[in-house]
Ligand binder design. Structure first.
Ligand code: SAM
Length: 438
């Protein structure tokens, strides 16, 4: 992969271009003097004189045909022409520019180039969690030793029987694990260096409901909180109908339990919800989100949505769209409905939303969420947040905020397993960049 940088203006711009070049080389790009050979083109601009500004516009216009020929080409406009504020007029005038960066700041370009990777990383992390939840994945002890963040299944199986879901057929009825086993496993993991555990269950907030001798999930969180050396506790996935105030208050009051709730809506339309046999209405889901936000200040909330469920009309889909638009949740795991063998929906309902239509609905929600999450995350800009660092990925340390936002930091220190204050310097819908507070 190749990059080409065109620099105009003062020594400062020359130095800035060097920083960009070095950041790109970190990512595996090498320089080319020929723009037509490049995968990434950076125009580092100057507006000190009108002639310099005109030259920048001329150069920019000359790139348009290159972009038309190669839509994968990434064009980055940088420097004084962009300035330090977001420049909407420039965005409108040059829609073929992918990234606008203020002077001296390579991070928007780096973030743009790594976004698809970050996204893949997040999607694979979600898939891993689901595999754990289903009891399919158990890491060997040796590998667990390197982990900062580990998963512990606490409820096996599921007895809810949502019409689309294959889990109850494959994993059997709901069984909570004995609290002593969970506590012992958590202690063992902490002894191996784990700092964060995530409790897993298909309906994790039903923990203990199948055995009167067991505590509730809130009770389990209290006991886990007492483990010395364990820094952070999370749990997922919750079903809306079992989110008690006791549980929400435990999250709010236990410092080790992170303010992040994963509670799937699946749809925002009452008929679709009824056909899915989810057991609540859209209005009840909205009320739940309000209650979670009221009881846990600063909480982040994730949901799951299925588009194209059998019989889902445009109007019903738009109810789901409006639900997400109104609730402004931090994460939406989106899926296109697929009939799973043996499930009620596969046996009794016609998979009648065409694939292209499912894709269109999926994309609409994806775009909506990207905008909403971009706006939510932008509020972190300039804030200091405690980040638990997990591993180094391509020169940058990867960690998470209490609200489960992904943060990258460049540092030569070994940050694995440390919780450090980070000042956020760039935000996007999938991740943020920051620097360690000294
Ligand atoms: N048990 C949790 C629940 O449904 O509340 C989540 C676990 S499930 C493995 C993860 C997600 O996959 C579900 O929330 C749902 O959005 C999606 N999913 C399940 N069955 C599906 C199907 N037949 N077609 C499309 N998506 C499906």
């Amino acid at each position: 992969m190749k990059y080409h940088i065109w620099t105009e203006g003062c020594q400062m711009n020359v130095a800035d271009s060097q920083r960009v070049a070095s950041a790109l080389e970190h990512l595996g790009y090498s320089v080319t003097p020929k723009p037509e050979e490049a995968d990434v083109i950076v125009l580092n601009t100057c507006v000190v004189r009108q002639s310099a500004e005109d030259k920048a516009y001329g150069r920019l216009n000359s790139l348009r045909p290159l972009k038309e020929k190669n839509p994968h080409l990434v064009i980055n406009l940088m420097g004084c022409l962009v300035g330090i504020r977001n420049n909407d007029a420039l965005r409108k005038r040059f829609p073929f520019v992918d990234v606008f960066s203020p002077p001296s700041d390579p991070s928007p370009l780096v973030a743009f180039l790594t976004q698809s990777e970050v996204r893949e990383m997040e999607e694979s992390a979600t898939a891993t969690r689901y595999a754990y939840m289903d009891g399919d994945l158990v890491l060997p002890e040796a590998e667990r030793g390197k982990l900062v963040s580990a998963h512990i299944p606490v409820v096996y199986g599921c007895s809810h029987a949502c019409t689309y879901c294959i889990i109850p057929y494959r994993r059997g009825i709901e069984r909570s694990r004995p609290p002593e086993d969970i506590l012992a496993e958590a202690r063992a993991l902490v002894r191996q260096g784990v700092k964060e555990i995530t409790l897993l269950g298909q309906i994790v907030d039903r923990y203990g409901k199948d055995n009167p001798a067991y505590p509730t999930l809130a009770g389990l969180l209290i006991r886990l909180s007492e483990i010395e050396g364990l820094e952070r506790i999370r749990f997922l996935t919750s079903h809306p109908n079992w989110m008690t105030d006791e549980l929400l208050d435990a999250v709010a009051s236990l410092p080790k339990v992170m303010p992040h709730i994963e509670v799937p809506a699946q749809a925002g339309d009452d008929t679709v919800l009824e056909n899915m046999k989810r057991g609540y209405t859209a209005e009840q889901y909205r009320a739940l989100i309000a209650r979670i936000r009221e009881r846990i200040p600063g909480v982040s909330i994730a949901t799951d949505i299925i588009v194209g469920f059998p019989g889902e009309t445009e109007e019903q889909f738009m109810n789901t769209y409006r639900l997400l638009e109104d609730l402004r949740l931090d994460v939406a795991h989106l899926a296109r409905y697929s009939p799973r063998p043996g499930t009620v929906s596969a046996r009794r309902m016609k998979d009648d939303v065409p694939e292209e239509e499912k894709m269109r609905r999926f994309r609409m929600l994806e775009e909506l969420q990207e905008r909403i999450v971009g706006e939510i995350n932008a509020r972190y800009l300039g804030e200091n947040v405690p980040v638990l660092f997990e591993e180094k990925v391509k020169q940058r340390w990867k960690g998470r905020t209490p609200t489960n936002k992904l943060v990258f930091v460049e540092s030569e220190e070994d940050l694995r397993g440390q919780i450090r204050e980070v000042k956020i310097t760039w935000t996007g819908p999938w991740s943020m960049i920051g620097s360690l507070k000294k």
